[in-house]
Ligand binder design. Structure first.
Ligand code: 13P
Ligand code: ZN
Length: 269
């Protein structure tokens, strides 16, 4: 069977990265059943032949207009598809879509008519928002990291920047590699436009947001960068929880140590 990836090594490389990250999500235990989703804006790798490819399914209304995405192309995990399957067979468990009609609909163009993730509203809202700001973000990731979700089950961690400060203070690398911290989105129905709207509200300040009692969403220049940010936050959450399991509240790095590190790595305050 022919594939859109045939003869397009740069596009194939993007899909390989998605598959690699999908495998990590499964190995981490963050991707039960079909949990989590990935979308990557691949428009820069699209040629005239792809632009002429006919849709292989019906045109689907987005229910909102995303003007910055008109004519953009995305590789998306399929809804109800497993990350562990996306890792091994990405083109059977994901598909390429094209945004059409001024940004209010999409159509699937390759390889198989795999319906995109149910979290498409949030993913596309994030891509649209970031493109509108002229930022070079291409990838969006949603996953269910155990410790971070557990920490979202108490209101004390849902106050603005409480969790960011706590997680940053667990190990110096967390602020270094997730310098914008963790935004908070109060519980909203999965897949809803309300969840999408609340998520993009956080993106002015944060690259990673915690969806209360559900998971996290991260954006990055590529999917590896989005994954790495969730990974460092999750490591900090594990350190915190391990300390609590040993029966004590961890001290965390002191304000002075945080200040020193922020200056040394030239990080935002
Ligand atoms: P999908 O299978 O539709 O991608 O949904 C998984 C999920 O995590 C929803 O929040
Ligand atoms: Zn989810």
């Amino acid at each position: 069977m022919t594939s859109i990836l045939d003869g397009r090594p740069a596009l194939a490389r993007e899909v390989e990265k998605v598959a690699e990250v999908a495998g990590y999500l499964w190995q981490k235990g963050w991707a039960e059943r079909n949990g989590g989703n990935i979308t990557v804006n691949v428009t820069e790798y699209v040629d005239d032949e792809i632009r002429r490819m006919p849709a292989i399914g019906d045109r689907v209304e987005l229910g909102c207009v995303l003007p910055n995405l008109e004519g953009c192309y995305f590789f998306c995990k399929g809804t109800n598809k497993r990350m562990r399957d996306l890792a091994r067979r990405p083109m059977e468990n994901g598909s390429f879509i094209r945004i059409v009609d001024g940004g209010d609909a999409y159509e699937i163009i390759a390889d198989a008519p795999v319906k995109p993730t149910s979290e498409l509203p949030s993913h596309l809202a994030m891509h649209n928002y970031l493109l509108g700001k002229g930022l070079d973000y291409k990838a969006a990731l949603h996953t269910h990291p155990i410790e971070l979700v557990a920490m979202s089950h108490t209101s004390k961690f849902l106050e603005k920047d409480v969790l960011t400060d706590l997680l940053w203070s667990m190990i110096p690398e967390t602020k270094a590699f997730c310098p914008r911290g963790l935004g908070i989105v109060p519980y909203r129905l999965p897949g809803s436009q309300e969840l999408a709207d609340a998520t993009i509200e956080q993106l002015d300040e944060y690259d990673v947001v915690l969806w209360e009692k559900h998971g996290v969403c991260a954006v990055g220049c590529d999917i590896m960068e989005a994954f790495d940010q969730v990974d460092v936050l999750s490591k900090s959450a594990q350190i915190y929880i391990n300390a609590k399991c040993m029966g004590y509240e961890p001290d965390g790095m002191s304000k002075e140590q945080m200040r020193e590190m922020t200056l040394a790595f030239d990080l935002p305050k």
